[in-house]
Design a protein around this ligand. Sequence first.
Ligand code: FAD
Length: 292
Amino acid sequence: MKISELLKQNTLSLSFEVFPPKTETAFDSVRTATEEIAKLRPAFMSVTYGAGGGTSRYTLDIAKNIKQLYGVPTLAHLTCVSSTKETVQEKIAAIREAGIQNVMALRGDIPEALQSTDRNGWDYKNAIELVRELKNSNADFCIGGACYPEIHPESADQKTDIRYLKEKVEAGCDFLTTQMFFDNNLLYNFLYKIREAGITVPVIPGIMPITAGNQVERAIKLSGSFMPQRFKSLVDKFGHDPAAMKQAGIAYATDQIIDLYANGITNVHVYSMNKPDVAAHIQSNLSAILGK
Ligand code: FAD
């Protein structure tokens, strides 16, 4: 099922993100974790591509497994920045052959080794080129794009970031998913600005439950997200106590989701990564609201 169809409903639904294993030996444990999450019957599950430490080789295997065994719609991520046209074409064909209808079209982070090379020689410079390619392929994909309520770290300013985002959407994105954020007001301000700029596609907010004190630094480094004082106090108090931090982090993420729904947002993407217990806790915290 296409995610664009799922997004038409007006009650709260959750989707969960997983990442593929780094090595073949880890494949079975990741498959088991993703199957546990699929059993929660989320609206859809996304499988990252080379992010979160996972290897891109397994993205499609994990996505296919979730779809075939549990019938949960899947969103396969695909990055393009350090790839050739030929490789990307092969990947697109494989996604189509696997019967996956939803693709998250990403540029990917620029690898260290490419940072100082001449960008004119690259097959892909930005996600927009991948969006166009997916749109022009003979598969009828539902295409997602990434967006950044706190602006993309490489952008000079938010106006420029939103201008490029609009071009990307116009090239063929059916929906957008946001980078994680820990203060919902940042999302509300961003939505106001992009709607004003004429971007009308659905935006799925991405919520990351921080369940360990040592996850905080990494999450901020990856996303550049602002940490509100309320969240900092929670980490200060519970960061050294794994069980308490997990409970507090799940409660914080749950609270963000409730506030989003209370403010009219019906689809929330949870960066629960490969943690079925975290996904299950969030879902059960919201059971009456979700009707599950
Ligand atoms: P783009 O849309 O290309 O934007 C990147 C930068 O270029 C921005 O600053 C933008 O303003 C600018 N820009 C855009 N278009 C143009 C243009 N035409 N000319 C000049 N500048 C332009 N990474 C992974 O490796 N694997 C994943 O699975 C993954 N999943 C993600 C999922 C989500 C929801 C998000 C938010 C991020 C994800 N990432 C993933 C990280 C992502 O790859 C990085 O943030 C990357 O640096 C930017 O990717 P993008 O698709 O947003 O790029």
